[in-house]
Ligand binder design. Structure first.
Ligand code: DCS
Length: 403
């Protein structure tokens, strides 16, 4: 049974006051808050079994290794990967994307084509531009529409025999747009292209099934789904991860090292050089358990109610424009006519309301709308309608003060 009061009690930070006002945290798109059970897991690790993992001869190391690998299996099952070794634990989405991008440097040639969507976060644009610079591959872009959806008709036109890679986010961080991943993957596979999906903004809201999506790579960060910062995942189909060269050299990722030749470890360790974020990985597994204990159906219901109510109430404010009105998650990106988003965000902060303003590392979207940025309110399952009311009243106050 979904009890908002019980859920909010799980998050100590929600009791914070900001400038003497009760915190209304609506920047969940940037990072979600951390439930007590995840905080406790972090304290438990450093209090009771902190040790370096793999190959340890002593009990603490074995305990830490067991917990870390248990977390990997939890994450595997959550994303329905076929094998646990298809889950590479990284420092987050950006790191995961760069592992794949660097891996393709030796696999692409002059004239190959890469398709990227215009809704991407910079972390799913820049690594591919760097890849094109190194290989002579050509970047093609799927344009967007006024409602924040992708021009899928043009996507299908862009695909051809030279297309090798397609990159798209599952959900846009700036607008909340939910992209048609099945269609994107199916069409790309017809031309033999591999698809990487950036799930950073999807994982707080849905439970992606990587086998059902038939996606080749799927990346996300733990801090988007009630986990700690500094840890995330790269899912890859076994045969593709085996095809890619290691990303970093060092300990853990080797079988044998001689000055004549070094052989590399198999999956997942080939891509996990050095001491990983052991505690972060374990806490990521606890966050996965927590999100599943709430249940994604209940999460979706709560968030859709907040989205509908917030949209309804904000649209009543004259001069307020909402960007991205297509099928989306609980994100409302908006501006007040004639007022810079940064100024609105600053006033909201003074009133205890935490939102994000600016280009959201999605400058191509802002360029499409010819705006410097937006005010982004991103809701999640622990937010309430009362908090939406506080947001709306704060926006009205900001408009009055700044007009
Ligand atoms: C769609 C998307 N991809 C990649 C990233 C990068 O994730 P890491 O920083 O964990 O590597 C983000 C971060 N989201 C930004 C961060 O702040 N606000 C946002 O919308 C994102 O939203």
């Amino acid at each position: 049974m979904f009890s908002i009061d019980k859920i909010r009690a799980d998050f100590p930070i929600l009791n914070r006051e900001i400038h003497g006002k009760k915190l209304v945290y609506l920047d969940n798109g940037a990072t979600s808050q951390t439930p007590q059970v995840v905080i406790d897991a972090i304290v438990d690790y450093y209090s009771n079994y902190n040790a370096n993992i793999h190959r340890g001869v002593h009990t603490l190391s074995q305990e830490a290794t067991d917990k870390y690998e248990e977390a990997r299996i939890k994450i595997q099952k959550h994303f329905n990967a076929k094998h646990s070794y298809e889950i590479i634990l990284t420092s987050g989405t950006t790191h995961s994307i760069n592992i794949v991008a660097s891996g393709f440097v030796s696999l692409l040639k002059e004239g190959d084509e890469i398709i990227v969507s215009s809704l991407e976060h910079h972390s799913n644009i820049v690594p591919w531009q760097m890849l094109c610079e190194k290989t002579g591959a050509v970047l093609k872009v799927i344009p967007m529409d006024e409602d924040g959806s992708l021009r899928m008709d043009i996507y299908h036109e862009l695909l051809n025999s030279k297309t090798k890679l397609v990159f798209c986010n599952h959900v846009s961080n700036a607008l909340g747009t939910i992209n048609p991943i099945e269609e994107i993957v199916h069409a790309a596979h017809k031309f033999g292209a591999y698809v990487l999906i950036d799930g950073a903004q999807a994982v707080p809201h849905i439970k992606p099934d990587v086998q059902d999506l038939d996606v080749d790579f799927y990346v996300a960060s733990a801090h988007k789904m009630c986990g700690p910062t500094g840890v995330g995942l790269l899912y890859g189909k076994e045969e593709l991860l085996n095809m890619l060269p290691p990303y970093q050299g060092g300990g853990e990722m080797i079988e044998t090292v001689t000055f004549e030749k070094t052989t590399y470890a198999g999956l997942p360790h080939k891509f996990e050089a050095g001491t990983p974020n052991i505690c972060g990985g374990i806490a990521f597994g606890v966050a996965v358990d927590y999100m599943n204990s709430i249940g994604f159906d209940a999460i979706t219901k709560q968030e859709n109610e907040l989205l509908a109510y917030g949209t309804q109430e904000l649209e009543k404010i004259e001069g307020l424009k909402i960007y991205g009105t297509t099928n989306k998650t609980s994100v409302i990106s908006f501006n007040l006519e004639g007022i810079h988003p940064y100024d609105v965000g600053s006033i909201l902060d003074k009133l205890g309301v935490a939102v994000r303003t600016g280009h959201h590392c999605a400058q191509p979207i802002m360029n499409f709308y010819c705006i410097p940025g937006t005010v982004r309110a991103s809701f999640t399952f622990y937010n309430t309608k009362e908090e939406v009311d506080v947001l709306v009243n704060a926006v009205k106050k900001a408009k009055m003060m700044l007009s």
